[in-house]
Design a protein around this ligand. Structure first.
Ligand code: IMP
Ligand code: MG
Length: 178
C-alpha cells in the first residue's frame, strides 16, 4: 500500500498527537459529560476509535452511514443508508467525520440530527479541505487542513482501498489511471 503513495502528508505520530489534543478540547468544552459520538462510516472508523479512547469517563459510540461518493468526485446528493436508534434529545452530540470536502454530507447530517433536538451538536473532523467547499458548513473541532488533493489512509479510501494505511497521503497519479 505505502508504495502507492506519492507523498505522506500527515504521519502516524502527528495523527496520534492531534487526536489527543482534539479530545482535550472536547473534554474542556463538555467536562465529564456523557457525550454521544456519532461516527460516519466508514471513513471515520479509526479516528472515532482513537478519539473516544482518550476519554476516561463513559461516552457513547454510535455509527451512521451515508452515501454520496463514487470514485473521486462528489455527486452532491446525500442519503442515509444506516441510521442510529438512540434518542438524541437533550444530549451532547458530536458528529465524527473523516474529512469535510464540499460540505454536502455534513450540512445534510447536521440538519437531520438537529431536528432530534440535542442540547449541543458539534462537528469533529479529522481533515478539512476548505478550498473545495460548496455548502456553508465548518467543523467545530478540526484535526488538519489539507490541500485540494485526494488523500487516503487512516480510514480514508480510494475505491474502498488504503483505509488501513496508518498515515495520510496522496496516491501516485498512475493509481487513478489504472
Ligand atoms: P463532502 O460531502 O464533499 O464534504 O464529502 C465528504 C465525504 O467524501 C467524506 O466523508 C469522504 O468519505 C469523501 N472524501 C472527500 N474527499 C476525500 C479525499 O480526499 N479522500 C477520501 N475521501 C474523500
Ligand atoms: Mg466519509
Amino acid at each position: 500500500m505505502k508504495k502507492d503513495l506519492e507523498k505522506v502528508l500527515i504521519t502516524k505520530e502527528q495523527i496520534e498527537k492531534r487526536v489527543q489534543e482534539i479530545a482535550d478540547e472536547i473534554e474542556k468544552d463538555f467536562p465529564g459529560e456523557e457525550i454521544i459520538f456519532v461516527g460516519i462510516l466508514r471513513g471515520s472508523c479509526y479516528f472515532m476509535c482513537d478519539l473516544t479512547r482518550c476519554f476516561s469517563h463513559n461516552v457513547f459510540l454510535e455509527f451512521m452511514s451515508v452515501s454520496s461518493y463514487i470514485g473521486t468526485t462528489s455527486s452532491g446528493e446525500v442519503k442515509i443508508t444506516k441510521d442510529i436508534s438512540r434518542p438524541l434529545e437533550g444530549k451532547v452530540v458530536v458528529i465524527v467525520e473523516d474529512i469535510i470536502d464540499t460540505g454536502y454530507t455534513l450540512s445534510y447530517l447536521k440538519r437531520i440530527l438537529s431536528e432530534r433536538k440535542p442540547k449541543a451538536l458539534k462537528i469533529c473532523t479529522l481533515l478539512n479541505k476548505p478550498s473545495r467547499r460548496k455548502a456553508d458548513i465548518d467543523g467545530d473541532y478540526i484535526g488538519f487542513e489539507v490541500p485540494d488533493e485526494f488523500v487516503v489512509g487512516y480510514g480514508l479510501d480510494y475505491n474502498q482501498k488504503y483505509r488501513n494505511l496508518p498515515e495520510i497521503g496522496v496516491l501516485k497519479s498512475e493509481i487513478y489511471e489504472n
